[in-house]
Design a protein around this ligand. Sequence first.
Ligand code: SF4
Length: 469
Amino acid sequence: MKSHGHKTDCYFCPVEFNEQNLSMFMQVLKERAIDLVGVSLVTDDYPSAVMVTNRIREALGIPVIWGGAHANVRPEECLLYADMICRGEGEEALLELAHSMSTHERTDTSIKNIWFKTDQGIIRNELRSLEEDLDKYPFPDFDLDSQYVMDDKGFERVNEGHFNGEYSIMASRGCPYSCCYCYNSYRRKHYKGKGKYLRTRGIESVIQELIQARQKFAGLSKINFWDDSFVTRSIEDFEIFQKLYASKVGLPFFALIEPMAFDYRKIKLLRDCGLNKLQVGIQSGSERVNREVYNRPVSNKKIIEVANLINGLGIAVIYDFIFNNPYEKPDDIIKTIELVMQFPKPFYLQGYNLIFYPGTEITERALADGFIAENNSVDASSTIQGAINSPTAMKTGTVVSNRFYSICYDSREKEYLGLVFSLLCFKHIPKSLIRFFMKSGSRLKTSLLKAIIESYEALSQLKSAIYSK
Ligand code: SF4
């Protein structure tokens, strides 16, 4: 947009809107003479997007366009609030829109990827083909003078301190997999016949962006690659990456990978140039659940092999798991516990409650099977933020997302095993103790288990408080 002569600002809104920061926001938009607002949202942001859009329209009367995952999956609903939505990728579409608004009296309403709300109804323009050459797009805007971040009281200019020494980047778009709970499970279908879904940036472009980031932000100490599956490119690419990254960037970095895509040679090349932390999605230790429910074709044999190889390379690792899935039986949780007991230490565990995002395959399936029901209220109480997503939080029960859908099942029969799983988060718990608790759950055992977990949690909190001093 800037390179085509448009003035742009970025506003980051990481906290809840309230009367004070909303009023300040309207003031800033007015002072900066903004004439088009784009709101990027995922499903969790929907109530905030509704609130800020209503306020912009009331206070300033300027057009608002929404984009992002939620606008793609529930376009009509989003158009109840927004004037336009952008489906799919927005670079070309937004530029054409800005050009049309700034040069014509009447905005062109035939721009591909954009749906317009008009007095005559919704104009649904078709999706353009996916851009294969991602390197044609510029790097993120490093000019912090036009970027603002919101807190409870208002806005301040973005400064390097907001980065915490970390720089986030994506070197690809799309994913080779289609896990049933993930946005890729529907996005791939939207783009059928529109070109290659998984596209990678050139290594030189990625390195160049990181060089510029380092030059601009002197305090950077870590790079995060947030690609859906970082290792899905050729070994030849990684050989080039290793040489260039080591000589021109040289900072420790983090990446996400899937056990299905794990390739020892690639991970070793990455470790040798700075990869020091991996986040690996395991999701379940039940092969049935991974294959038949989550659409993740991976065996436990492969997962254990991956865990041993990562450990052998000395890379820190976080394993992710999903809880409170209505298609998972107690026996599946036992398999998950048994799997984790075979992982070499050290490791970190992260547990997430299954969230039914609109449009995903698991949501459609659970709706059809009666495990969830539609709930269209914007004000529907949400437990997405309320539920503490960690295995140790399983002790507090089985809170699941209630936004957009009413939950018609409970996971009480799996609560005790969730508690047993929590024991795996603590380094020094012997396997024999975990096996003792796994056998069955009496009231006495449950109380004992809770007491052990609480003591360990208190100890870990004490340790981190001491280390942070
Ligand atoms: S591998 Fe990860 S990003 Fe890819 S479809 Fe599965 S959950 Fe989504």
